[in-house]
Design a protein around this ligand. Sequence first.
Ligand code: KG4
Ligand code: ZN
Length: 341
Amino acid sequence: MIVLGIESSCDETAAAIVRDGVHVLSNVVRTQIAKHRPFGGVVPEIASRCHLEAIGPVVEAALADAGLASIDDVDGIAVTARPGLIGSLLVGVSFAKGLAVASGKPLIDVDHIEAHIYANLLAAPDLEAPFVSLIASGGHTAIHRWEGPGRSELIGRTRDDAAGEAFDKAAALLGLGYPGGPAIERAARDGDPGAVHFPRARVKGAPLDFSFSGIKTAVLYHLHGPNRKRSDPIRPEAGSVADVAASFQEAVCDVLADRTVKAARAAKVSAIAVGGGVACNGRLREKVNERARGLRVVFPAPALCTDNAAMIAGLGHHALRARLEAGAGPGSSLDFDARPR
Ligand code: KG4
Ligand code: ZN
């Protein structure tokens, strides 16, 4: 079965073709980072406009890269319907519905977070359920216990900022630009991770939850002094940007690795799977591997960690197969909406 996946929940317009839920035949991503960079973050109105311009050519490129002549060669379409920026989601969902009507192909609505977890099965098709998954991106940070498609339980989550958001905000304070994660990781290479002790926040009564808003304030105060504004000059005693970046990265990765391994032990699973843009981080990879003794650890390649449509097509495959086996016709599949949460 060949599935076309479409993803437009944030600032990446993506389309991919996946065969039998695991074989990625094409994976096209058009990023908007350059358009948002001057603003230091994703501007929703600009994102929607860019998706509109890109989505047709990106879907065509995905079909062509997979060696398919046209949409007639796919068995179904899967699209990200939640969560994300509503204007961005609507472009993908509306386009997918139009394509489904025009082609007569069945359409599946997919949850973006569940798809990030599924990316681990594209990377390691032999990964057996149940496993514990950490998804850490610019918009989400959550731990799930995964039992199978449509069967994952949320067991830990951030109470405020997402981990990637913390990277982006700290990088802005350090003048490292957007997106912050890769910039901090680069700067941290020349820094001492023990130079500054940033807080490893715990959430009272919720040992698997995260809180990242305090560390952003800690970076601000460290750079400028307590109760100061970001427009104030950086104090000389704050030390080098490399040291602050390395110490910040160390603190965030410590917390992410700690909660994830704790969750895996508590859930009594034998494997950990990580995903989302922050999973590109080399220090996080090292820390999870160090702590997870005796557990299998999967990190997909960076292209499957950040937003992509292969994970959408892969997960969509399972829902599509279930629907076809139940004998539902393609017309039944348009009755869903884009949902921001
Ligand atoms: O999954 P993703 O591409 O988009 C969202 O769904 O948010 O994740 C983007 C986030 C950004 O916050 C970015 O700073 C972060 O992932 N990120 C990283 C790294 N690469 C991307 N964070 C830490 N280290 C990295 N190497
Ligand atoms: Zn994402």
